[in-house]
Write a protein that binds this ligand. Sequence first.
Ligand code: HEM
Length: 290
Amino acid sequence: MEWTRKYPSMYVIWIGPMQVRVMLQHPESIKKILTTADPKPIGYGQIYRHGIPWLGERLLIAGGARWKRYRRLLTPAFHFDILRPYIKIYKSCADLLVRNIQTYSERNESMEISSLVGSCTLDIILRCVFSYETDCQNISGKEHPYVQAVHNLAKEWTRRNSSPSIHLDFIYYLTQKGREFKKNCDFVHKVAEEVIEKRQNTLENNDMSSQTYWDFLDILLTAKDDDGNSMSKEDMLSEVDTFLFAGHDTTASAISWILYSLAEHPEHQRKCQEELDRVVDDTDSGDLEW
Ligand code: HEM
């Protein structure tokens, strides 16, 4: 934070003599990266290497021409018409989160907000990515095995990144945690594979135009590149896992920090409340519009 104040545009950190991080924090310097038409560079940093057994080298981790191909294949997934029906999913998951927070507040108990928010964003992404319902926001029940595996994978990936003694694969996979990481990878891959196969069969026998909304998996199954080639099953598996990870951990972190900051600054909280009251129709019809 000190360096961010001192160098508001960007700064560089050297981690030993070999690794460098370029930190961009000003909107103008970030804009330069975001608006470039160049593909992502080939090669990935150490932090991504440890996620490859889980996510594979696809949209997040691939570079160069491979990245460009995946990016083109997946661009339709971000079309407004695809995203719009997800609003109902966000709303029903957010209602569950609010109910959970209310339970603690009625008992006058404090709560650990990031895990409640993390279960909510995972609930949302599981439903949007492959219409997978897990009841993962049920605070009285046991965590769903798939949700438990995803949480453990994300936690373990972060732990490994900050522990140089387990950076080398042949050491890490000899440890108990390393073996668990491998087991969790196999488990989440198996679940995603089963969902993909089931959906493939449904697609072959059904007319997609009658569906009320397309989830991310539908987009993957129908995506074709410029030469008319579809995605392989391995590509689909990796993209499903990539979106699950990229779409829930980030948003959980952002929402948790926003809630924390709003709690610390009641005057801003009041302004947000006023704005929400002004723009959001709370008739509970579920028909929220952008
Ligand atoms: C507050 C929320 C989010 C933050 C802060 C965030 C942050 C980032 C950052 C920094 C990257 C660049 C990583 C790199 O190339 O090294 C990235 C890429 C990516 N994010 Fe997010 N993200 C957020 C939400 C999401 C959501 C909701 C999804 C999916 C539903 C998502 C999917 C992706 C994907 C697929 C990539 C790779 C894109 C590419 O390289 O073409 N992210 N995100």
